[in-house]
Structures are given as structure tokens and as C-alpha cells.
Design a protein around this ligand. Structure first.
Ligand SMILES: [Zn+2]
Length: 220
């Protein structure tokens, strides 16, 4: 097994150091398997195994056809995500809603102009349909940015752990994304307006109803 080799462990260590150092930003895409293999002087299968074990820790997330994305600078998220996964989808969605409402209220109260401008830019890119993988946009990025605006690192980590569990649910077909593009954009625009006017109550209310509109637990 490649994972058992010293070279494989060293590859994991080097990639982990690259992630922790912030060489690749959160939600940014890492170089391709071939590029990393050449940079690190190892075979592609060794890189693949290393990426897989960092994905297991929740630090990386492969998105088939789009590349591999950085999801966390530390392994805490993977542990959280695994723990969340031992609970029902309904329970996870309830807690996510609570965190999204709290994040929206905090963001309305204490966002920075720069952070708000980034969120506005992400929303504008969504409106113009400029959502290609080459821009590094990933599903849920608007909300990850909104949670960052709340300025509470613990809340952001808990949220990211839950989102990793939910994305796994979508991948496995246990959850459906049931919101169409227009509905999503309309609700995001309303949320953004509430943040820009510092309306804490409206931000929380819109976040609460929006959280119930996007994912559905599949019955079959
Ligand atoms: Zn949304």
C-alpha cells in the first residue's frame, strides 16, 4: 500500500504544511495531481493517496471534474464533520439553520466594508452566471463568506464542519438541492440588502427562511 511508505507520509506532511501556511487560500483550488507530482518529485499515485488522506481530515475536498479545493487549514473540521454525520440530516439542518441565523445577525451588526464588498462581488458573479470553476467559486461560497463576516472563528469552524457533512449527503444522494437559481439569487439579494443597511432583525429572518429553502431530505 502506497500509504504505508515513508514517501507517502512525507508527501502528506508537505501538502499539509502548504495548506497550513496558507499557500492556497480557503476554498481555493490546489494544483493538479500532475503538477504536484512534478513539484514534489513523487508519482501521481502518491499524490493521489496524500490528497485522499487530507480529504479524509477535511482539509481538502476533491470536486470531480473541477479540481481539488482547500476546505480547512486544520484537521478539526474533518472530526466535526464525522461527528455531525452520526446524527440525522434533519438534526444537522436544524443546527445549520441556527448557525446561519446567528451568523447573519452578527454580520449585519459588525461586518467590515471590505468583507461586505467581497460578498457583493460574489453575488454579482452569481448573477452574471460567471460561476466557472476557473474562478474558484464553489457551491455554498456565498454563505461561507457571510459566516466569515460574522467575525466569530468558532462559529465559522462549526459551520464549515456541518457544511462538509451536508455536501457529503448531497454527493451520496441523501439530500437534494431544491432551490432554483432565480430563487437563490433573489434571497441572497435580500440578505445582502439587510446586511448593507445593518438590519439585524431582517438579516436573521431572511437567513432563517432561506436556510429552509435550499436542501431537502430525500424520502426514497
Ligand atoms: Zn444561499
Amino acid at each position: 500500500m502506497a500509504m504505508g511508505t515513508e514517501r507517502a507520509r512525507e508527501t502528506v506532511r508537505r501538502l499539509q504544511a502548504d495548506i497550513t501556511s496558507g499557500r492556497w487560500p480557503i476554498n481555493g483550488r490546489i494544483p493538479t495531481e500532475a503538477e504536484l507530482a512534478s513539484e514534489l518529485g513523487v508519482g501521481r499515485s502518491t499524490v493521489r493517496e496524500a490528497v485522499r488522506s487530507l480529504a479524509h481530515l477535511g482539509m481538502l475536498e476533491p470536486a470531480p471534474g473541477r479540481g481539488t479545493f482547500v476546505r480547512s487549514l486544520n484537521p478539526v473540521r474533518g472530526v466535526l464533520s464525522d461527528f455531525a454525520s452520526t446524527h440525522s440530516w434533519a438534526d444537522i439542518l436544524d443546527v445549520r439553520k441556527a448557525l446561519e441565523v446567528q451568523a447573519a445577525e452578527l454580520a449585519a451588526a459588525r461586518h467590515t466594508p471590505e468583507g461586505l464588498a467581497r460578498l457583493r462581488a460574489a453575488h454579482d458573479a452569481d448573477l452574471s452566471g460567471d460561476t466557472g470553476a476557473e474562478r474558484g467559486r464553489t457551491p455554498g461560497q456565498f454563505h461561507a463568506m457571510l459566516v466569515d463576516l460574522a467575525g466569530n472563528a468558532l462559529l465559522a469552524e462549526l459551520y464549515a464542519g456541518l457544511m462538509a457533512a451536508l455536501r457529503e449527503g448531497i454527493r451520496r444522494g441523501a439530500l437534494d438541492n431544491r432551490q432554483d437559481d432565480d430563487a437563490r439569487r433573489g434571497e441572497h439579494a435580500a440578505l445582502l440588502a439587510a446586511l448593507e443597511t445593518g438590519n439585524v432583525t431582517a438579516a436573521g429572518a431572511i437567513a432563517a427562511s432561506h436556510a429552509c429553502h435550499d436542501l431537502r431530505i430525500r424520502e426514497d
